[in-house]
Design a protein around this ligand. Structure first.
Ligand SMILES: *[C@@H]1O[C@H](CO)[C@@H](O)[C@H](O)[C@H]1NC(C)=O
Ligand SMILES: *[C@@H]1O[C@H](CO)[C@@H](O)[C@H](O)[C@H]1NC(C)=O
Ligand SMILES: *[C@@H]1O[C@H](CO)[C@@H](O)[C@H](O)[C@H]1NC(C)=O
Ligand SMILES: CC(=O)N[C@H]1CO[C@H](CO)[C@@H](O)[C@@H]1O
Ligand SMILES: CC(=O)N[C@H]1CO[C@H](CO)[C@@H](O)[C@@H]1O
Length: 670
């Protein structure tokens, strides 16, 4: 079975991709041309200041352009019908040679259907859409500013160790309102830089009429959300990130689309298909949204050009593809478990069209932009998802290790400290396909969204409002919470993958949870913000958790364990609750025991030599107890232990140090 899969099926995928590529070559002069279709569709000012409009609306009877420029005249500007459902219109400049449609004025496409309906639509290619305060519907606004932002800084090189800061611009301030791109540039980017993250993953950028969808019900695929500011301000954000050596990924949602008709893609030409499969295949029941028809030429044009647009216009450095599991299978992962058996991944349940779409997207992105990074949000564990397309893989660079955060929450919810199962934790952290890279994380935005809460809150919610001051002694709850919060992050960082991800705020133990303004909570912004003010208060312990995060990243930057082969685990001791592993010549020692101390504790290690402490969660700076002497040098002995050629006695600490407060020790070869 195994060989059948790898030898027969993967080459088949490759063939399908080859076929698509050669069709592209013949029909459109290659993918370079094809993916630049955003230069012709929508609206474009030409060198003589005339405006060129183009749409794809195969089911429409007629198309008209209407807007402020023609006083919303419904008939004065008809599009001309072209081949294959395309429509075009040229609007000459005004007498003074200025463009007929002014910058920042409203437009609509008026679609006449065969049934005599008159539908007001936003161009699917609209680059900017805004909503007036009292309105629920978004408007297409012509974006042609006198001064376009021009990028100054080159893209940074692709990091070898990917450390991702997952962020949402709108909630990136402590105030109960929507924060802006500019605010993020000025207030949040410097923090990310200081923390040592080399990659930002921006969520909820593609325009979504419903804020509380967290950016998952996209209405305008080419528009950067105007809630946070203008397109030019987002370009500046990315440029400034680049100047700091930080790459920026876009959370791209090509797995589904909002059901909105007036300001979304749904029923653009009046039919129930167009960009989507017709129902039932074209509807996602759980998400209440529409599903793309990836076998349609024009849908491929739209989506692939969309990727190209974000790379070229905004200079993003890659993408996190949302909802990949839903794309890959006809069952969308609903009510399906994945055990890892090959039969679950290859068969009639696989949606070949979307699989080939993802291969095509990865192939094109990596060919045009060799440093481009793509990350798949996939829970199923599809084999070869993160292998190159030349090998018959789907071509992603990384997948998200989605089981890890769920495991941490389950442990905190269900188990007493003495019942934590070291073997099970290690298994979850290392259960990944060999030769395919994973991004590990202890928590992402998913964990903090309503219904759940942040790790810090799971650990110490009862006392986070009263006991986080450094001016009073730690209670047993805050002590446990502070120490475990650091240990959980470092264990995930060191063992869980080839990249690490943190959701904005969790680096300092953000309390509570996320909840966006909606009807059910009286449109409150109270939980749709990040309380950086907690971090900026000198006497609160959030600073200590932050300092640990920063130094964890900086230590990684120095030794590069994320880019190294997976760790060798030499101990996962259920009685002692100790985990020991080494990776990139760094020795990690964790004591999760709630009350046991160890003296003369032998741990195995491969490389012989002298070891010193490089990161220690017990440091006072990090809210620890400061009991380890960092001048101690540890010499290996040629005594094989736990599968390693050498070993070290961790015995130079006074009793009581390597103990109840769950010390993390990290020693590195000098
Ligand atoms: C941006 O941040 C500053 C300082 O933190 C704050 O005063 C300002 O109101 C913020 N602006 C927005 C739009 O959130
Ligand atoms: C998807 O698009 C293809 C090509 O345009 C078309 O033949 C097919 O009927 C569409 N599928 C559905 C389910 O609408
Ligand atoms: C929402 O606000 C209204 C009026 O201010 C109040 O009566 C109601 O109790 C509030 N509901 C919630 C869930 O807070
Ligand atoms: C991207 C980034 O901020 N990297 C930093 C990580 O930490 C090292 C050591 O402090 C810095 O030199 C890097 O600039
Ligand atoms: C040391 C200290 O101030 N502990 C406080 C922690 O919070 C509880 C209330 O949740 C107080 O009763 C304690 O005094």
């Amino acid at each position: 079975m195994k060989c059948y899969i790898l030898c027969k099926i993967l080459p088949l995928f490759r063939l399908l991709l080859k076929k698509q590529l050669s069709i592209l070559e013949e029909a459109e002069g290659g993918f370079d041309q094809f993916t630049r279709s955003y230069r012709s569709f929508g609206v474009h000012r030409q060198s003589d200041n005339s405006l060129f409009f183009k749409e794809w609306a195969p089911a429409a009877e007629a198309l008209f352009l209407t807007g402020e420029f023609n006083n919303w005249n419904k008939f004065s500007h008809p599009y001309t019908k072209k081949e294959f459902g395309k429509w075009e219109l040229i609007v000459p400049p005004k007498h003074d040679n200025s463009p007929a449609v002014g910058h920042n004025t409203k437009l609509k496409v008026l679609v006449h259907t065969k049934d005599g309906e008159r539908l007001y639509r936003i161009s699917p290619w609209a680059k900017y859409v805004t909503r007036e305060e009292k309105s629920v519907i978004y408007d297409w606004v012509h974006w042609d500013p006198p001064q376009l932002y021009s990028h100054i800084h080159p893209r940074p090189k692709k990091p070898t160790s990917l450390r991702i800061y997952e962020a949402h611009v709108g909630i990136a301030s402590p105030e109960p309102k929507i924060a802006s791109y500019t605010n993020f540039t000025h207030n949040v980017l410097p923090r990310i830089k200081d923390l040592g993250y080399n990659c930002i993953q921006l969520m909820a950028i593609m325009e979504h009429a419903y804020y509380a969808s967290f950016g998952y019900q996209i209405t305008s695929f080419f528009a950067a959300s105007s809630r946070y500011g203008t397109p030019e301000e987002l370009k500046q954000l990315i440029d400034v990130a680049h100047s700091m050596g930080i790459v920026v990924l876009l959370d791209v949602v090509h797995s589904h689309a909002s059901k909105n008709t007036e300001d979304g893609l749904n029923r653009f030409d009046g039919s129930d298909s167009c960009f989507f499969h017709s129902p039932p295949r074209g509807e996602h029941l759980m998400w209440d949204s529409r599903l793309f028809n990836y076998s349609s030429w024009e849908v491929l044009r739209f989506l692939l050009s969309n990727l190209r647009w974000w790379m070229e216009e905004y200079r993003f450095d890659g993408f996190r593809f949302d909802g990949v599991t839903s794309m890959l299978y006809h069952h969308h992962g609903i009510g399906t478990g994945f055990s890892g058996d090959y039969s679950e991944y290859f068969g009639l349940q696989v949606d070949e069209d979307s699989l080939v779409y993802l291969m095509l997207a990865n192939h094109i992105l990596h060919t045009l932009y060799p440093d481009c990074i793509t990350v798949a949000e996939d829970v199923s564990g599809m084999p070869a998802l993160c292998r190159r397309v030349e090998e018959g893989g789907l071509g992603f660079d990384y997948r998200l290790a989605m089981a890890i955060p769920d495991k941490w929450i389950q442990i905190l919810k269900e188990f007493k400290d003495e019942d934590w199962n070291m073997g099970n934790i290690v298994h979850t952290l290392t259960n990944r396909r060999y030769g395919e890279k994973c991004i590990a994380y202890a928590e992402s935005h998913d964990q903090a969204l309503v219904g759940d809460k942040t790790l810090a809150f799971w650990l110490m919610d009862k006392e986070m409002y009263t006991n986080m001051s450094t001016l009073i002694p730690m209670s047993s709850i805050t002590d446990r919470g502070m120490q475990l919060h650091k240990m959980i992050r470092l264990l995930t960082h060191g063992l869980g993958g080839e990249g690490y991800l943190n959701f904005m705020g969790n680096e300092f133990g953000h309390p509570e949870w996320l909840d966006f303004p909606r009807e059910g909570n009286n449109q409150s912004y109270h939980y749709a913000r990040r309380q950086f003010n907690l971090l900026d208060t000198d006497h609160l312990r959030y600073r200590q958790l932050y300092a640990f995060d920063r130094d964890m990243n900086r230590t990684e930057d120095k030794y590069g364990w994320l880019a190294a082969p997976p760790a060798f685990i030499s101990a996962k001791h259920e009685g002692d609750k100790v985990i020991v592993f080494d990776r990139a010549n760094v020795l990690f020692i964790f004591n999760f025991h709630p009350d046991k101390s160890f003296q003369d504790y032998r741990v195995g290690v491969e490389a012989p030599g002298k070891y010193k402490i490089k990161l220690d969660s017990d440091e006072v700076l990090y809210g620890g107890h400061g009991r380890l002497d960092h001048n101690t040098e540890f010499f290996t002995e040629p005594t094989p232990f736990n599968g390693r050629c050498n070993s070290v006695m961790v015995n130079n600490f006074p009793r009581d140090t390597f103990d109840s407060s769950k010390v993390v020790l990290l020693n590195v070869i000098l």
